[in-house]
Each structure stands twice: as C-alpha cells, then as structure tokens.
Design a protein around this ligand. Structure first.
Ligand code: NI
Length: 256
C-alpha cells in the first residue's frame, strides 16, 4: 500500500477524469493521498476533495509564488482552514528562486515562509516545503525558526548529500518523486541512498514531474509505483518493504 505524500489532485487538470485517476491509483496499490493547496482558493478545493474522496487528506498553505498576497487576513483565513479535521499538514510553503529571480522579492517570500512556519509551530502542524534553487536559505530559515518541531518534509528534494543530511538533522523527511528517476540526477540518487530509507517519503507532485518513462505527460498517483520501484532498487530493498517503510515514515512525518 503506497501513500502519495504530495500531489495536487484537486487541480483542474484532473477535472474531466478524476474518478479514473483514483481508480488507476488504487489498482497500482496507491491508496492514500495528500493533496496540497498553494493559495487559499486551492487549499479550499483540496479540503473539498478530502471531504468526498476516500483516503485523501488535504494541506493548506501559501506557496512562494503567491507570497505577494500574504497579509494578516490571509494568515487568519489560513488558520481557519488548518482547523479542519482533514488537514494534518501546512503546505505547500517555502522559497522559489527559479521562477522569481528578483532578489528584492526574495525577502517577501522569506517573510511569508517564516510567518507560516510560526503558525505551524503554534498549531503543532507539520509542514510540506517547496525549495527550488533556494536550499541554503530554506535550511537556514528552518534552523532559525527551530522548525524541526513540528517538522515535516522537504518535498521533491533536490540537492547535495550535505543539504539532505542537514534537512534530516533539522528534523525533516525528504520527499522522493519522479525526478529521482531522471538519468541526469545521479548525484541526487547517491545522496538519497546515503541518507537511507528511514527518512524518505514517496510522492508524485501530480500533475507535475512524472517519472522518466512518462516525462512530458500529465503525472498521476498511479505512477508512484515506478518511483517506488526505482527507489527500492536504489536501496536494494524489496518493493513491499520499501513501500511499508515509506508509508510508516509518512504517518510519522504527518503525525497521522
Ligand atoms: Ni507541489
């Protein structure tokens, strides 16, 4: 039984065939899902899906791409969403210096990130963190905010072994998604194998970032199985055992 620890299943890209997407997922052994919002509207959609679909939990949060809209009202409304029983996680939040190359607005992203880490801490909710070309600042801010309590996951982790180690030492898990199967990312595989299975979660980030054989298409939770098989191979574990460990890690990381 696999747990897709990071997906956006409320996304409009699944509007036409969502029932089929869930059917294919379950057929592939993927039975639990966390669907994450990236702004207030998407977070509400994520919660609505969790209320109606079996095995689905939701996360609410403001993604760095929406950081410009962060204010006290947003914080208050976000806290209301986080009180919902189907919302164990705050996310996705973080920093993205790939899409936003303007140093002047990095400060705004950082402020939005820090404020949400403080909410997470106060509410005891783990976080799901997005980091793109920003690992140094993400890790520094996590340390400064003492975010290891409540902890969470560095979703779709890409980075060096040293960065992976630092994240784990700070109390975080690492999300392993489709990109871990891309031929060019041998260094990432090396880092994940040195970290070992006890700190890794499986995820798809659907509809984005499909594993290697499906690149260029819409991703969906059924493809988590390919990522799981590749990770089991990498760690020389039977698939069943890898799946069990990753699911247990997810329950621990999300305090389920
Ligand atoms: Ni995502």
């Amino acid at each position: 039984m696999l747990f897709d620890s990071h997906a956006h299943l409320h996304d409009a890209k699944f509007r036409k065939d969502r029932a089929d997407v869930f059917a294919r997922a379950r057929e592939a052994g993927v039975t639990r899902f966390l669907t994450l919002g990236d702004n207030l509207r998407a977070s509400r959609e994520a919660i609505a899906l969790a209320e109606t679909e079996d095995g689905v939990l939701a996360a609410a949060g403001i993604h760095p791409s929406a950081a410009a809209g962060w204010d006290e009202d947003t914080a208050r409304l976000l806290e209301q969403l986080l009180a919902h029983p189907k919302v164990p996680v705050l996310g996705e939040i973080g920093l993205d210096y790939y899409w936003d190359k303007e140093p002047a607005t990095h400060k705004r992203q950082q402020d939005c990130f820090r404020q949400q880490l403080r909410i997470a801490k106060r509410l005891g909710k783990p976080v799901s963190i997005h980091s793109r070309e920003s690992n140094a600042d993400v890790l520094r801010i996590l340390a400064e905010e003492q975010a290891g309590e409540p902890g969470g996951v560095l979703h779709c982790f890409i980075g060096s072994y040293e960065e992976a180690r630092r994240g784990v030492d700070l109390g975080f898990h690492l999300g392993v998604g489709g990109i871990s199967t891309y031929p060019k990312l041998g260094d990432l595989r090396e880092a994940l194998s040195r970290i070992g299975p006890e700190h890794l979660l499986l995820e798809t980030d659907s509809p984005y970032l499909p594993p290697q054989p499906r690149r260029g298409r819409r991703n969906e939770p059924a493809y988590l199985r390919q990522t799981a098989e590749a990770l089991a191979d990498l760690l020389s574990l039977p698939l069943e055992e890898m799946a069990q460990i990753a699911t247990r890690n997810t329950e621990r990381a999300f305090r389920l």
